[in-house]
Design a protein around this ligand. Structure first.
Ligand code: MN
Length: 147
């Protein structure tokens, strides 16, 4: 992997493939992934760029690993724990371990963000039926989540 990636325009970088967000299923909508940087043992971190199209969203999930996120394109919202956060360019947030999260594009522009994670990480968990019932007890979360 290269150490310096030239921006080619339109949030694409030289030598970086445009990937599916995930291999599985319909728990998300209109989202792409680019792996920009991946460190080695001394710094075992990946920096990825995700982009959600208008009306799209990421999977509602939680896991043991942490995310560090910086928005770099457009506007959107995120559920993080029991908060729904409005997001615009250069806003930053983290998703702590075992915290429910989902990102959604806002408006009619793509919503793009950098997301850093550890190279070694556990697989995300989707909410069970019981956990969904629990999440939906909060009316603003109930109105927000897509699954
Ligand atoms: Mn996640």
């Amino acid at each position: 992997m290269k150490t310096a990636l030239q921006h080619l325009g339109d949030f694409r970088w030289n030598g970086v493939d445009l990937l599916k967000y995930k291999e599985e299923d319909g728990t998300f909508k209109s989202i792409t992934r680019q792996v920009l940087l991946k460190g080695d043992q001394g710094f075992p971190i990946e920096m990825r760029y995700f982009e959600i199209g208008p009306g799209g969203h990421s999977t509602l999930e939680r896991h043991e690993h942490t995310h560090f996120v910086m928005v770099i394109r457009g506007k959107g919202k995120a559920l993080v724990g029991d908060e729904i956060v409005d997001l615009a360019e250069l806003d930053v947030f983290s998703v702590p371990p075992q915290t429910w999260h989902q990102l959604q594009a806002g408006g009619d522009q793509p919503f793009g963000f950098l997301c850093m994670v550890a190279n070694e990480r556990d697989r995300p968990h989707r909410p069970t039926a019981e956990e969904l019932v629990e999440l939906r007890k909060n009316p603003s979360i109930a109105a927000f989540i897509r699954s």
